[in-house]
Design a protein around this ligand. Structure first.
Ligand code: ADP
Ligand code: ASP
Ligand code: MG
Length: 401
């Protein structure tokens, strides 16, 4: 007998037929002698639709109310899945995040989980029930409903698995696991059977939306192994765990992130303290900066460019515009026509020359590189958005096929 956490993403609960399928799958798991806790996402595109509704009222809706609105999506799935489970003869108990003891900070729309008090969940499991929990949400110490960032049901599942000391956490989705590139965009992408937390973390934070990056970060920190697999096809999926460096391929995956925007600040005085001022202000607003490039100063001036998530562009732009006169910059330009392609692999640590091969591959295809950033196991290039798909396919051919 095992204690299993299963998470079903939005596409797996997209309509009633799928919800009934999931109910039977969950029941199957229980009838094999396991205890099951299920985490569900909102049905299909519900979250996008709710955001669009709010934006009809105002372009930047207040985040506390937005969270209240978005949390309803997952609650609908919980209620329907519980009904379906009961229809097929098992008892279910459904919880929104706040009843499930998921306590967060008050950073609305991207709250962090502070602790989970699982007593209620464990009590219901003891009663032989299947517990169904709304993903993506929690409650702050001020008793307001929070959400955990897009894709946050992954985080709910991983954190819960940690809190109840589950034997395994299974992330069910619409593809068979983690692939060497998005299987919906690269036809020769291959399923990866085992991957390290570090590689998946780099993948997730550079555009592979198969797992939320914060969820992978959490799993790595608390050493929670998990598996990503298909809801609808019976295959082994991808096991995610700590791996030795020597076990990894040189390049194990290629990703694209089309949700980035670039802000350039021209003719900034080239003196100590300016960059600190800009990026402290951006950081204090809770905006994540991805890449930063400063051009070599000429005549004591420099140009600074950086990339942010496209959803945070307006917020970041406002901050920089407010600082423009104080820092003595000449002008500020925003560019949403960019994307970022990355190659990732734990084996890069021991293999020099990978960067050159990547840049040559892009050059050979007439693709200009505008910004570069690297980590120990990732190299990313910002290029024009129109070149993104080609770059993704060519890099996959160069390093993986
Ligand atoms: P869910 O609704 O189950 O949370 P998501 O849509 O968030 O599912 O994530 C699954 C999607 O991630 C896939 O349909 C696929 O298009 C995309 N994806 C991007 N990169 C990868 C990758 N390297 N491996 C697998 N899927 C990927
Ligand atoms: N429904 C939320 C989203 O679309 C959370 C999730 O699906 O994980 O981002
Ligand atoms: Mg997801």
């Amino acid at each position: 007998m095992a204690l299993i956490v299963q998470k079903y993403g939005g596409s797996s609960v997209g309509d009633i037929e799928k919800i009934e399928f999931v109910a039977q799958k969950v029941i199957d798991t229980k009838r094999k002698g396991n205890k099951v806790v299920v985490v569900v996402s909102a049905m299909g595109k519900t979250t996008d639709n709710l955001i669009a509704l709010a934006k009809q009222i105002m372009p930047n809706p207040p985040e506390k109310e937005l969270d209240l609105l978005l949390s309803t999506g997952e609650i609908v799935s919980v209620a329907l899945l519980c009904m379906a489970i009961e229809k097929y003869g098992e008892q279910a108990e459904g919880f929104p995040g706040y009843f499930a003891g998921i306590k967060t900070d008050a950073f609305h729309t991207k709250a962090k989980i502070q602790k989970i008090e699982p007593t209620k969940i464990l009590n219901e499991i003891k009663k032989n029930k299947i517990v169904v929990i709304a993903g993506f949400q929690g409650i702050s110490s001020e008793d307001s409903i929070t959400t955990l960032g897009r894709g946050g049901s992954d985080l709910t599942a991983i954190a819960l698995a940690g809190a109840i000391n589950a034997d395994i956490c299974e992330i069910y989705t619409d593809v068979e696991g983690v692939f060497t590139s998005d299987p919906n965009r690269v036809k020769n992408a291959k399923l990866i059977s085992v991957i390290s937390y570090d590689e998946l973390l780099e993948m997730a934070s550079s555009g592979a939306k198969v797992m939320q990056s914060r969820a992978v970060e959490f799993a790595k920190k608390y050493k929670i192994p998990f598996v990503v697999k298909s809801t609808f096809k019976e295959t082994g999926g991808t096991m995610v765990k700590e791996l030795e460096v020597r076990e990894g391929a040189v390049v194990s995956s290629v990703t694209i992130n089309e949700n980035q925007a670039k802000i350039s600040i021209f003719k900034v005085p080239d003196r100590p303290g300016i960059a600190g001022k800009i990026f402290s202000a951006i950081g204090e607003a809770g905006i994540n900066v991805n890449m930063i490039v400063q051009n070599v100063g000429r005549d004591n001036f420099a140009d600074v460019s950086f990339t942010v998530d496209i959803n945070e562009l307006e917020k970041a732009k406002k901050i920089v515009e407010n600082l423009k006169d104080e820092i003595g910059a000449e002008k500020i330009l925003c560019d949403t026509d960019i994307c970022e392609v990355s190659i990732i692999g734990i084996g890069m640590i021991n293999h020099p020359g990978v960067a050159g091969r990547m840049f040559n591959c892009l050059a050979k295809n007439g693709i200009n590189i505008e910004m570069i950033s690297t980590s120990e196991i990732r190299i990313s290039c910002v290029i024009r958005k129109k070149d993104g798909q080609k770059a993704l396919e060519e890099l996959h051919k160069e390093f993986i096929e």
